[in-house]
Design a protein around this ligand. Sequence first.
Ligand code: SF4
Length: 105
Amino acid sequence: MANSQGAPSTSAGTRKEKIYCANCINCKLVRSASDEGDQYYLRVRCAAGKWRKKLGGEKVYKYFTVARRNIDECDTYEPMGDAREFIRELKKSLPIKDEVYSSQP
Ligand code: SF4
C-alpha cells in the first residue's frame, strides 16, 4: 500500500514477514577446521557479504543457530521456497549444539 506521497506505507499494523536467512540462496554452509587434525565444525556464512563484524570483517555463525538468523529487510534475499515450512523442517534436523565432525569415515 502506498501513502499520499506514493511511498510505501510504514504505519503501525503494516507488518512484513520476517526474512529467514536459512531460506536464502546466499546462506551457505561451510566447514571450519578445528585444532584437531581432521575435525571440523559447521558454520554458515552470507555469500552476499551482509554479515559483518563491528570492525568490518566477515561474520559467520554456528550452524546449529541458523534458524535464528532473521532480518526485517534484505536487498539481496533470494528465497528458496516457502520459509515457514522450510524453517519448521530445518529446526527438526538441526543439531542442538555446536558439534564437531570428522572427515575420516
Ligand atoms: S543475502 Fe540477506 S537474507 Fe540472504 S543470507 Fe545474506 S543477509 Fe540473509
